[in-house]
Design a protein around this ligand. Sequence first.
Ligand SMILES: [Zn+2]
Ligand SMILES: [Zn+2]
Length: 294
Amino acid sequence: MTEILNDTSDKIKKTANAIKKLRPSYSKILDFYEKIFTAQEKSAAKTEIEPTELSDDIVSIKAKEKFPLFSLSEFSVDVNSSRKLFKKICKIIIKSDNHMSSAAETIFAANENKKIDFNELYAALLHDDDTSFGKIAAKLKTDRDALAFITYNSIKPSLSMFAKSASKYLDKDNTWEKGYCPVCGNAPVISTFESDGKRFLTCCFCWHKWTVARLFCPFCENREAGALHYLFSEDEKEYRIDVCDRCNKYIKNVDTRIISRFVYLPLEQIATLHLDIMAKEKGFKSGVPLELQV
Ligand SMILES: [Zn+2]
Ligand SMILES: [Zn+2]
């Protein structure tokens, strides 16, 4: 286990370094996220999730009606490993001296003084209960967005692990062919072309990956060739921005077939923020919910 873990941490570091060399303006932000992602990988190795059972009837109704398998409030979280990661992420933010550092100091101190009820905090996030989450931030006298960033990132290993275990219920013979995640119903954060030429979407919330048609807008299900385009730069053939004229939204696409280094999608998502700027300058909107955008 340790060997696998070191391997992933090592690969994240090497990938971040390779991207920093290509695009030095990303050095500071990648230094920061490399630490967050490494901490998440380490935490994942110690995270345990109770598998949730679904009956055959429920599974077949969900597949027929194209309902996601679970609502976010049904996701389980390993509170013990998540709260340790929460503390670690606070420390990373404080040391990184960024726009969240002062909030992270307040949150770290509140945690040290046992003022955070993690069951309540995680439930507020998973129930998408903005009022309760806002009240917790106000009670801790801290910035809501910084608290949401730390909270989400501390449960991300649990969410991914839950999604992985839930994916056993997905129909392997019939592709999902929808723009929302078959496990949790959220929008995709990034699109990829993989070795067999297939296109995949990756969920912005639980990071489950599912296959879709190459000519398809995940946000309005447009399949009309004339209304789907892409933007790209000759200097970065591995990336493109798929845009839809019908709903005016965009999604970034990584062609993993022409990247020789290790591909770690959360890093690719961060290291392509210039593409988000480019898409927004051309008048397109991101399809990722605002609170999950970087
Ligand atoms: Zn999902
Ligand atoms: Zn669209």
